[in-house]
Design a protein around this ligand. Structure first.
Ligand code: NOJ
Length: 716
């Protein structure tokens, strides 16, 4: 018998259910804490998994209780939400997506895993793979934006980064693909609300990133809190069992979300905890996070005949197998290492600075206001996000502490030792007090450059942070218009930096400003990263991975929408448009300027026709006609001209980056496998339909900016 079989043979029911139970320490709380003190429960084997605890010392102590003082000596599995870094935070995922570099995506996850594992952790609840086309939804910040194919690319990089090449290595974390699935389209962007989308959208948009994560070997999956057309994901047998386990072959561990099994009662699909537990177990949920539904519900469910002991054993086997794969039996303390070296931390922070700078998106740069001259004598840094180190963490800061973060003011002061730095907060992020605006405006008179730092607080995005107004909160608009007006009158260079976890609806601010730089939440090196870009040490290269609406009323807004039978025509009232807003976003997917100026030419396709096994090579020349070296991100979109199902206007199919000096010309080459051009036919079966597909190449999802070629798909 294998170790696992032997263990299962000797386990009591309570010990088995302990292995299916995950309970929280009080380090981070995102829901009701039901389980109380876990010490005795670990000793008795009633709890086999923990979340939300940090630190090699405490982890070692609890692990010791499990492997030395419990009867079966089974190590604990301990997890935390390491979303964009552990102690050293990187940019939030939405920002990092905009770097469009799988190597960097993987590198930051690797660093986060190394740091988290050194703190005793073996599991992270990341990456979040929910596609979001609704920025009202606060969790938009946790994912890679509006595009499903992009989410799949990022899924693969993140799973690789967190898990490394060997899950048993002391610096590897089990990743968790969450939230399965279609959490993004919650009704009206309201957190936890019901989801009701078509089967087609489910299969075209929301499932592919999870399929990619499974192919990449993700160790665990977490169902979403939400219901999908009335079936809560925690109990969704067709998707969890039939699609995920059977069709995709996922044989890892499914971990419920926080208290989600008990919440099946609130959903109204279970009358009591035993029934809720039975529903989840049937669907294939192995670990119950924080509901105590398995521990208290499954014994009754067994008596009622709602579940079988074989089902429980299957779940226990999966959990023990994961612990084995993580090397926890071999060395339960392997991840509880002492402090990392200063050199390691320095290297990690250097990466955070590099990725941070590359994630900033320059939305607008009229009169080439940015970069600021380094010879500025006096620089005014104004606004509620200017000296706000803690906010730079963004939501989900794991073990990142405010003191470990660099504010914009500090970053600029460090970069400009000879410049007199002026600071005024003006207003708070959300408050109504406008008294400080006059002092902020007065600073403009003294300065010869102004940086206005505005946006959301970190906690205004993330879980339980939906908003219906996506403008600047509090009195920031008043501050902005006063400062921008003064700067204009004085003809002083003034740039806006926006911190946010989602696109904001700020058309007026954009119209009134010469330059707008979106910093999202850049993490621990925020201030240095912003300084690098604002002062031109780094040319901005980040692209927005989500469309920026002008008005909340345009949501959902995304580049891959279908054309409709009445595409917008300004000359025809009866076409698809608004009376009071353009259809187009303020900034489309992929938008982001650099300090260079790129001309695209000479689009070449490797073949005029493709069969399903072929790969299309898309090549385009770029010339940097600007005065600064810069890195350009090039996108390939496809558009099926005629298909059995109305095709999306643009579909992302590839991207590449190229760095060019002023005057230099280079070529990018992007491979598009023909299988990627398959569509789901009217019965949702993947097919390679013969016909013409347009290949569009350029800097953003706006047809006007794209070079167009075409290729013919041929059967056979
Ligand atoms: C609830 C969140 O939905 C999930 O993303 C997270 O992993 C868990 N809480 C654990 O913190």
């Amino acid at each position: 018998m294998s170790r696992i079989e032997t263990l299962i043979a000797s386990m009591t029911l309570a010990e088995k259910l302990g292995q299916l139970t995950m309970t929280a320490s009080s380090f981070t709380v995102t829901g009701p804490v039901i389980a109380g003190d876990s010490t005795e429960s670990i000793r008795s084997g009633a709890i086999g998994n923990l979340l939300n605890m940090v630190g090699a010392g405490p982890v070692r102590e609890l692990q010791r209780l499990a492997v030395e003082e419990s009867r079966l000596k089974i190590p604990l599995l301990i997890g935390l939400d390491i979303i964009h870094g552990h102690r050293s935070l990187f940019p939030v995922p939405l920002a990092e997506a905009g770097v469009f570099d799988p190597v960097l995506w993987e590198a930051t996850a690797r660093e986060a895993a190394t740091e988290g594992a050194a703190d005793g952790l073996a599991l992270t609840f990341a990456p979040m793979l929910d596609v979001s086309r609704d920025p009202r939804w606060g969790r938009t910040v946790e994912g890679s934006g509006e595009d499903s194919w992009l989410a799949a690319q990022m899924a693969v990089a993140k799973v690789r980064g967190f898990q490394g090449t060997d899950l048993a290595a002391p610096d590897a974390l089990a990743a968790c693909a969450k939230h399965f699935c279609a959490y993004g389209p919650v009704t009206a962007g309201r957190e936890y609300a019901s989801v009701d989308i078509s089967e087609r959208t489910l299969h075209e948009v929301h499932l592919p990133p999870f399929a990619a994560a499974v192919r990449a070997g993700v160790a665990t999956v977490m169902p979403a809190f939400t219901d999908l057309a009335g079936i809560p994901m925690t109990a969704h047998t067709p998707l969890l069992r039939d699609w995920l386990r059977v069709r995709c072959g996922f044989d890892g561990v499914i971990i419920s979300d926080y208290n989600a099994i008990r919440e099946l009662l609130n959903h109204g699909v279970a009358a009591d905890l035993p029934q809720a537990a039975a529903l989840a177990l049937h669907a294939g949920v192995d670990i119950d996070m924080m509901a105590d539904g398995y521990r208290h519900g499954l014994p009754v469910a067994l008596e009622r005949g709602l579940v079988s002991i074989e089902q429980i054993d299957t779940a226990v086997t999966r959990v023990l197998h994961l612990k084995e794969r993580l090397g926890l039996f071999a060395d339960p303390y392997g991840r509880c290492r002492t402090l990392e070296s200063a050199a390691t931390i320095t290297r990690r922070r250097a990466l955070a600075r590099r990725v941070g700078a590359q994630s900033l998106v320059l939305l607008k740069n009229g009169h080439d206001v940015l970069p600021f001259r380094k010879s500025l004598r006096r620089l005014a840094v104004v606004g509620p996000l200017a000296e706000a180190a803690g906010e730079m963490r963004g939501p989900w800061w794991a073990a990142g502490v405010p003191d470990n973060h660099v504010s914009v003011f500090t970053g600029l002061r460090t970069a400009l030792p000879d410049t007199t730095m002026l600071y005024a907060q003006g207003v708070t992020i959300e408050g109504n007090d406008t008294e400080g605006i006059a002092a902020a405006v007065a600073l403009c008179d003294q300065a010869d450059g102004i940086l206005l730092c505005l946006g959301e607080a970190a906690v205004m995005s993330g879980e339980a942070a939906s908003r219906v107004n996506l403008g600047l909160p509090g009195q920031q608009d008043a501050l902005a218009s006063a400062v921008l007006a003064r700067a204009r009158t004085l003809r002083k260079p003034c740039a806006v930096v926006l911190f946010c976890g989602r696109p904001l609806t700020v058309p007026q601010l954009v119209a009134d400003s010469d330059a707008v730089l979106v910093a999202w939440f850049p993490g621990c090196e925020a201030g240095h990263a912003v300084a690098d870009v604002v002062l031109g040490r780094v040319s901005p290269s980040g692209r927005t991975a989500i469309s920026w609406p002008r008005f909340v009323g345009q949501i959902p807004l995304f580049h891959s929408e279908r054309r409709s039978g009445r595409p917008a025509n300004p000359a025809d009232k009866f076409t698809s448009k608004y009376l009071d807003s353009p259809n187009e976003p303020l900034f489309p997917f992929g938008h982001g300027l650099t300090y260079g100026r790129f001309r695209y030419s000479n689009l070449r396709l490797s073949a005029p026709a493709l069969k399903v096994r072929d790969t299309l090579e898309v090549r385009v020349d770029l010339t940097n006609e600007g005065r600064s070296a810069a890195r350009e991100t090039v996108f390939v979109f496809t558009h099926d001209v005629v298909a059995s199902v109305a095709p999306p206007l643009l579909q992302l199919a590839g991207f590449a980056r190229l760095e060019l000096a002023p005057g230099e010309t280079g070529t990018v080459s992007i491979a598009v496998p023909a299988t990627q051009l398959k569509i789901l036919d009217p019965d949702l079966a993947p097919v390679f339909e013969p016909g013409v597909v347009e290949i569009l190449v350029g800097p953003r999802a706006d047809r006007a900016d794209l070079l167009v070629g075409a290729v013919e798909l041929q059967a056979g």
